[in-house]
Design a protein around this ligand. Sequence first.
Ligand code: BDR
Ligand code: CA
Length: 312
Amino acid sequence: MTRNIIIDTDPGQDDAVAILLALSSPEVNVLGITAVAGNVPLALTQKNARIVCELAGRPDTLVFAGCDAPLNRPLVTAEHVHGKTGLDGPQLAAPTMPLQDQHAVDWIIETLRAAPANSVTLCPLGPLTNIATAITRAPDIKSAIEEIVLMGGGFFEGGNITPTAEFNIYVDPDAADIVFTSGLPLTVMPLDVTHKALTTKPRIDAFRAMGTEVGHMTAEWTDFFERFDMEKYGSEGAPLHDPCVIAYLIRPDLFTGRHINVEIETKSELTLGMTVADWWRVTDRAPNCTFMGDIDADGFFALLAERLARLG
Ligand code: BDR
Ligand code: CA
């Protein structure tokens, strides 16, 4: 059965690959893409989302710009990982497809209000500002949400922007707290999973060997952020975080995790944005999400290669 999804994103090379995976997969129907400030400011993330849709041959995709700053804090960006544009690596032409006029949050609310119960899955790939704003402003939309599957957090792997916080949660911990306490069905792809989805040389070569523009761009993007991550982690490749979210919708069997309680640290200066995961179930706090812990990385990259090859 095809799942209707909304991708909320801050492209980002790995966001870009996630969008390509979604647009090449019949198991998901992308109702629209909502951009949020994160890896780079909003003016660039909305533009990058349109670049990726055009690359996928889908200029008909609805792209909206949302919140340009976290709920209660100044924006923290990650040009040190993704480059000045957010999509550094290959040469990119400016997009010609339009940005929709409506604010992303208004569109999310309108779309969910018009949707049948439990019929739309939200796929946040960046800070949770747009999603938290929508469910706070219009709590009635919750009934239309089948599930939220997001990339964020980390427990055994610690953090990637501070020792204890992962970037997406750290940028807007207040928004993350709203989402994690929303009572909505929640599946989380933390660093514990994505740090196992590494872009090794043979995996990047497989993208390049497609001989298509999408294959070339994907290889160039992953090459670009690999430089930074390999130096940082001393690993054999860089984690391809965000496509894990879309891969889960297509092949949930590639992932394993636990249904546990996860709370967001919103106050401590030292551990702000930490996802405090009760992995060992040592508290009586009620489970609020499925927190993934492992991935079949070969299966994941095989899926990516097979799907991206479908695009031109
Ligand atoms: C997350 O932060 C961003 O840099 C990536 O796009 C991903 O969503 C990983 O921490
Ligand atoms: Ca992202």
